[in-house]
Design a binder for this molecule. Structure first.
Ligand SMILES: [Zn+2]
Length: 351
């Protein structure tokens, strides 16, 4: 009988935990690093501002974000954005879905498992807009396009759409991919590099510093008074699609955030190995993949691997830094070639 009071306490606590429905009107906190995948939240370990958050960018809105409100609706947008097919800037991942799946998810009934079966590429872009506010304006307001993520110069990630949506960023890869626009002024042929001087003026020590020209107004960088410097101080030169290009590097804050996001995506999407297209030398293939190779390719890749007319994310993008870092976070060997030869597939666990 002496055990009875203890048993009572146990039963009471079980009953209590069994009805842990949160009380109405209580605040459900978030850590601020979550991405939204078919309505579910996944942590990334780095700051993410979603379209639902203050200061976010909402690609579900039909009206143009940076036009006067009275002139921002669909009627006016049709006139301003040539060839924009629908008020929405995104669609259904229809090409990769079975007819039954398409019927089930078309009204919003996505689940993570279905999405995991069909997403197997993560496409990296540079935005050539310089900063994310400008990127959203160009994509959403002027071109009628979209992308799941934007990564600003201070390392803040903006998610503009649930990953269940087919964003319009990489033509033939849209249905199977997730896309990110990384803020950067882009790569240029030698004769056009001078334009970058305005965006990367040198300080008293001769080091370049990222600076949005005054004419753009407040760039709305999340980190107030952020001082952005390219990870490598000098212009990085290299070939993409066989053309010599020069580009200022991304910021260390962008590399750190992208590394964590890449690791999170490779963990959430088991059909997406954490690697990039490598040549025989182990270095990135710096040109469009042949159609059949692209079709068979699963993993992280650049926009230039998808389309011959694209050079992003450019010669400065440090593939090893992002993928090597992400693999480390995932507990994988630093490159897939170091994996034991006996591993049957590379589809599990991202590696
Ligand atoms: Zn691109």
């Amino acid at each position: 009988m002496r055990a009875y009071p203890q048993l009572f306490v146990i039963l009471l606590s079980l009953a209590w935990s069994g009805c842990q429905t949160p009380r109405p009107l209580t605040f459900a906190p978030r850590a601020g690093d979550e991405i939204v995948v078919a309505g579910r939240l996944f942590h990334t370990g780095t700051r993410v501002v979603t379209w639902m958050d203050a200061g976010g960018y909402d690609a579900y809105r039909v009206e143009r974000r940076f036009s006067p409100l009275d002139e921002s609706g669909w009627d006016k947008t049709k006139e301003v954005v040539k060839g924009v097919p629908t008020p929405n800037r995104f669609g259904l991942r229809r090409d990769v879905l079975t007819a039954d799946e398409a019927e089930r998810v078309r009204g919003g009934g996505w689940d993570v498992a279905t999405l995991q079966q069909h997403v197997d590429q993560f496409v990296i872009h540079y935005d050539e807009a310089g900063f994310s506010r400008n990127c959203f304006k160009i994509l959403h307001d002027l071109r009628g396009l979209s992308v799941h993520f934007m990564l600003d110069v201070d390392g803040t990630i903006y998610q503009t759409l649930d990953l269940k949506e087919r964003a319009w960023h990489a033509t033939t890869s849209n249905s199977r991919s997730i896309g990110i626009e990384v803020a950067n002024m882009g790569a240029r042929p030698a004769g056009l590099v001078k334009i970058l001087d305005e965006w990367y003026p040198r300080d008293a020590e001769g080091r370049p510093r990222f600076k949005v020209p005054e004419r753009f107004g407040d760039p709305m960088i999340y980190t107030r008074d952020f001082v952005g410097r390219p990870a490598r101080p000098d212009l990085v030169r290299g070939k993409v699609q066989g053309v010599d290009l020069a580009q200022y590097d991304f910021t260390p804050e962008q590399y750190a955030a992208l590394t964590k996001l890449t690791a999170a995506l490779c963990a959430v999407f088991p059909r997406m190995p954490c690697d990039f297209p490598r040549g025989a030398d182990g270095k990135v293939v710096a040109r469009k993949l042949p159609d059949e190779e692209l079709k068979a390719y699963r993993g992280v890749l650049g926009h230039f691997h998808v389309q011959a007319n694209k050079t992003d994310p450019g010669p400065a993008f440090d593939w090893e830094r992002v993928i090597g870092g992400a693999r480390k976070l995932l507990g994988l060997p630093s490159s897939r070639s170091e994996a034991p030869k006996s591993s049957v597939t590379n589809s599990g666990g991202g590696g």
